[in-house]
Design a binder for this molecule. Structure first.
Ligand SMILES: [Zn+2]
Length: 116
């Protein structure tokens, strides 16, 4: 499920005659598919896998912890035992995770092909 760009809550998908609209469950945000960023249309589940040979330091563990909600010890194990799956979710969330990983030079892969 996609997230509201205004408040971050879930967007509800509503079928209309002309297509599909997304309405926020929390605020007044709503948008029709015609002027929608294609990332919101993407219903695929993406898997982000941590690749081997990442360095293990506090900054990297902090990033992985923020993605997985696991503690540093479990995150350290994930880095050591890589390849490890650290994320499964929709395109909008995958984009956030990808940005965090890119910003910290963490090696990863995304399946299926991620175009955003
Ligand atoms: Zn909202």
């Amino acid at each position: 499920m996609s997230k509201c760009p205004k408040c971050g809550k879930e967007l509800k998908r509503i079928k209309q005659n002309s297509g599909v609209a997304y309405c926020c469950i929390n605020c007044d945000y709503s948008v029709a598919t015609t002027d929608l960023d294609p990332i919101f249309e993407d219903q695929q589940e993406y898997t982000i896998t941590l690749l081997p040979n990442n360095s293990i330091n506090k900054d990297i563990l902090k990033i992985i912890s923020s993605i997985t909600n696991l503690n540093y010890i479990d995150c350290k194990k994930m880095v050591e035992k890589a390849p490890s799956i650290i994320f499964k979710g929709d395109a909008t969330d995958a984009k956030d995770v990808k940005a965090k990983l890119d910003n910290n030079n963490i090696k990863y892969s995304i399946e299926p092909l991620f175009i955003y």
